[in-house]
Design a protein around this ligand. Structure first.
Ligand SMILES: Cc1cc2nc3c(=O)[nH]c(=O)nc-3n(C[C@H](O)[C@H](O)[C@H](O)COP(=O)(O)O)c2cc1C
Length: 200
């Protein structure tokens, strides 16, 4: 079920000071710090609907979700541990596995581009990234904190096999979702003016 029927007139944007304020101060969570409570089943379904309401060229929906509960992630972290040993920094690789086990909920977003389509792969992959960002916003809108990470197991072929990532698919992100006990601290932000050129 979606909130809007096909062809229905949708609301025009209206100024929202509250939305601006939330966007101006939004901040990801450290994944290891995410704790209960996490979203309920109904909230997870809502998150997925909101996350999927994302621009994509050609209406290809070139992504898919894997909702990962705590037990599956604990099993996964155990299975990944031996693979961590052959990473360039095995200690660090093992340590980051706690990001998989700490949060109450993880939604794995996979980029699933349709190769050979006239819409370039790059644009299809960008759409998967936009889904990740939308999921973060949706989690915040439901009152949860979120973290978008990839880590080494998003690139190791054996790890990808354990994750069930198919041929041609790529990890766009693990979106970890839960509650933060302490407020996040601001981090350095870009000098937007230095990144921007203006043309008439
Ligand atoms: C595609 C992508 C992958 C990321 N992977 C990692 C990661 O593996 N490890 C990590 O510590 N941070 C990773 N990050 C960064 C975290 O999301 C970080 O918390 C975030 O950039 C903080 O941004 P914010 O303060 O605007 O929320 C990744 C970010 C993106 C966009």
């Amino acid at each position: 079920m979606t909130d809007a029927d096909l062809g229905a007139a949708l609301p025009l944007p209206v100024p929202s000071a509250e939305m601006q304020d939330r966007l101006a101060r939004r901040r990801s969570a450290p994944a290891q710090s995410l704790t209960a409570p996490g979203p309920s089943r109904a909230e997870i379904e809502r998150l997925l609907l909101l996350g999927a309401r994302t621009p994509d060229h050609g209406k290809l929906f070139p992504w898919r979700f894997v909702v990962m509960g705590p037990q599956g992630r604990a099993d996964l972290a155990r299975a990944l541990a031996p693979l961590a040993e052959r990473q360039p920094d095995p200690g660090k690789a093992a340590k980051v596995l706690s990001k998989l086990t700490a949060p109450p909920l993880t939604i794995l977003v996979l980029s699933v581009p349709i190769t050979g389509h006239k819409v370039p792969d790059w644009e299809q992959q960008l759409s998967a990234g936009a889904v990740c960002m939308n999921l973060e916003h949706a989690a915040n809108a439901l009152g949860y904190a979120a973290s978008w990470i990839t880590d080494w197991y998003s690139y190791d072929p054996d790890a990808l096999a354990l994750l069930g990532v198919g041929t041609g698919e790529r990890v766009a992100g693990f979106i970890h979702i839960g509650t933060l006990a302490e407020p996040p601290l601001e981090r350095p932000r870009p000098d937007v003016a230095a990144l921007t050129s203006w043309r008439d």
